[in-house]
Design a binder for this molecule. Structure first.
Ligand SMILES: Cc1ncc(COP(=O)(O)O)c(C=O)c1O
Length: 325
């Protein structure tokens, strides 16, 4: 965890240094290892992008087939990593919900094991390590609040499980942190349900945000996310893309950290809740940067209205770009 340079008692839990550049590696490292342990040979999953990249990498390392379905407008890095790792990638003209439907329709005939979020136990087990780490890194004490960018919510669910386990082991005592689930206003089904006092979310129509990992219009575990947030005394907060981009630039300039758009949904919400008085200055807060900003240069450049001055040749002659043939 990296202490903030500006806010006392605020730490950024930096997940960008994981293999494949995001916290998704935690869940898929374990899920793919266990799939191999059980002798599975063909795995399939819908993905908002980063889970697909992590699945492709671990499947390649394990010698297992990966069949990945992603929206066609995911960050370029997610497509490139899937192709490079040799996964079978289908780019879908739709959202992760459409990708999930395709996996469900085809898995029986194709002999795929469905390794989707919360449909097998080990992705949660892998992601719960974030809960162990943050408590360990705070000297076996809970912080006051945890800010977690929430799409499918697996990290949040995993951390809550970790807290339960650590309490049973006698490793930590005291009040659990308030859990803040952060979404983007362009896709905020859980925030809407939270505000309306509902136990489950409704499908969020027209989901659109450059925080692509948060573009989950109807999380499978929405009821569990809502239950945890309410039990902890936290909130679900959504930020506009403009505020997310502003927070990326703010943290880059002021802290020297290039956040992913999802991570910036956490930092933007922190600013909002600090300003409203919901969070007090000096409270011990952990903000999750769930991925490396560098995985999103195309999306962030677009959000900043930046364009490359020239375009690369569509095919590279022998000798490459430096010494064209
Ligand atoms: C960088 C990043 N952050 C957050 C999320 C949301 O994760 P979860 O499904 O655990 O809520 C994703 C999901 O794709 C992601 O890629």
């Amino acid at each position: 965890m990296i202490p903030s340079r500006r806010f006392a008692n605020v730490w950024l839990k930096e997940e960008g240094a994981n293999p494949t550049g995001t916290f998704k590696a935690r869940g898929l490292a374990l899920a793919v290892s266990m799939a191999r342990h059980y002798g599975l040979t063909k795995l399939a999953a819908p993905s908002a992008g980063n889970a697909g990249g992590a699945l492709a990498a671990y499947a390649a390392a394990a010698g297992i087939e990966a069949h990945i379905f992603m929206p066609k407008d995911v960050p370029m890095a997610n497509q490139v990593e899937c192709w490079a790792y040799g996964a079978h990638l289908t780019l879908v003209d739709g959202l992760i919900s459409d990708c999930g439907r395709m996996v469900a329709e085809r898995k029986a005939a194709e002999g795929w094991f469905d390794i989707s979020t919360l449909k097998e136990p080990f992705r949660v087990e892998g992601k719960k390590t974030m809960g162990y780490e943050l408590v360990e890194q705070l000297g076996w004490e809970y912080p006051d609040a945890v800010f977690y960018p929430t799409g499918g919510g697996v990290g949040l669910i995993g951390m809550w499980k970790a807290f339960e386990e650590m309490e049973q082991l006698g490793w930590v005592t005291g009040k659990r942190p308030r859990m803040y689930a952060l979404q983007a206003s362009g896709c905020a089904p859980v925030e809407r349900a939270f505000e309306e006092g509902k136990d489950v979310s409704e499908f969020f129509q027209g989901a659109a945000t450059f925080a692509s990992g948060l573009r989950v219009p109807k999380p499978y575990g929405d009821n569990i996310i809502l239950e945890i947030v309410r039990a902890s005394g936290g909130k679900v907060v959504a930020s506009e893309d403009a505020a997310i981009l502003a927070s990326i630039l703010d943290w880059a300039k002021e802290e020297g950290i290039f956040l992913s758009p999802e991570g910036a949904a956490a930092t933007a919400a922190y600013d909002t809740l600090l300003a409203s008085g919901e969070i007090k200055r000096g409270e011990r807060v952990v903000l999750f940067n769930t991925g490396a900003g560098l995985k999103y240069v195309d999306m962030t450049a677009e959000a900043m209205h930046l364009r490359r001055p020239g375009s690369l040749p569509t095919s590279l002659p022998v000798g490459g770009i430096i010494t064209p043939a």
